[in-house]
Design a protein around this ligand. Sequence first.
Ligand code: URP
Ligand code: ZN
Ligand code: ZN
Length: 482
Amino acid sequence: MTLLIRGGTVVDANRSYRADVLCDGGTIIAIGDALSAPPGSEIVDAGGQYVMPGGIDPHTHMELPFMGTVASDDFYTGTAAGLAGGTTSIIDFVIPSPQQSLLEAFQAWRGWAEKAASDYGFHVAVTWWDESVSREMGTLVQQHGVSSFKHFMAYKNAIMADDEILVNSFARSLELGALPTVHAENGELVFKLQRDLLARGLTGPEAHPLSRPPEVEAEAANRAMRIAEVLGVPVYIVHVSAKDALDAIARARGEGQRVYAEVLAGHLVIDDSVYRDTDWGRAAAHVMSPPFRSREHQDALWQGLQAGHLHTTATDHCCFCADQKAMGRDDFTKIPNGCAGIEDRMSILWHHGVNTGRLTPSEFVRVTSTNAAQIFNLYPRKGAVAVGADADLVVWDPQATRTISASTHHQRIDFNVFEGMTVQGVATHTVARGKLVWVNGDLRAQRGAGRYLPRPADAAYFAAGKLMNQRKVVQAVERAAG
Ligand code: URP
Ligand code: ZN
Ligand code: ZN
């Protein structure tokens, strides 16, 4: 089916310009003035609207088995909700249990994801270490197109990666040309603070942020970056929430280290007062890690995004309904960690970013799709409005408004952390692989229409990383020799 998007303003990472966009066979086949389409084609009138790359959410957890339960949005419902908000690709996480084969876990996640309505790729977590893990990382990179590995520095006694795992896995990533990524929180400190708070009788959600203060995040972010620096490997820090961690990132980047970082839509606009809600269920619904922070951190995160120290925006979409959150009724450490967001990320970033003048429309495109596509090797197939790119597009009405609510969202969760927020800037149409899947409020997501996205390793980045490291070693030796 041919699709013509007519009369809109195309926005890509570099510029905005008036053009029609013609799609056929799942790809963009022409961009230009007054394009015509064969009879029978679908036509979208995009007059007064922007035509942008579909969003890429590089951090989701669909149907994740976690903390004794399973995330309630599955690969179909979660990706369908993403399409309703203009997000056309996700990168989710395979999280093997300690001692589980990485390949076995990867195959399990591939099976679950077959029902996805949008395209998807995977990062694979390294939760333990031995020779077989090292070997399977190679197989994942070389045969399955997995080019990023995740390390949880928190979640002690579950999936936490200690320094031995980090060093081995970062070094192996460098050999393979894969990108190590980290959830940066010092899990030992979190564990101790949790025990101390419980011992003092603090059992409710208000204790959650107290157990994970900004210093805990900054320490881990800094440690991960220093390990990466010594090994000469680039590193990507997920869900940066604290000014302290951001400062460490800015320092490392200022010293020439190749560090990439991500911020969540939620961390940009929600503050920690949510944990003081006297309604237990409402407070627990916000329990995620790292936690929501005080206002000063949000201001710093926006500045980090504007300054280019934060590159991608994500959601960490990981839904747990009220009955699941209730597992931690008497002990906040047992509340499943995670919040939703995939449906609302694009509107949140537009409303609070573009409408406030913090971001230009092209900068919006960079932080919602292009940068993720480039960092995770999906570009220019994704993250671009270009001939030959996948026809994953969003037609965006910058005047339209909507009020976010759990009563109208498509995510399979009974709570929305952005409840009641009216946002200006709305996806009127979403196109996934050339098909109209969201048309003025009509969700036409198709179960199983999404395709797996192999992401080749990038030799060039890593060659540069190695050279940078060699240069630093030579400089250090020269300094020592006087
Ligand atoms: O609270 C969160 N973020 N849950 C999902 C797992 C993770 O840490 O990313
Ligand atoms: Zn995390
Ligand atoms: Zn996560």
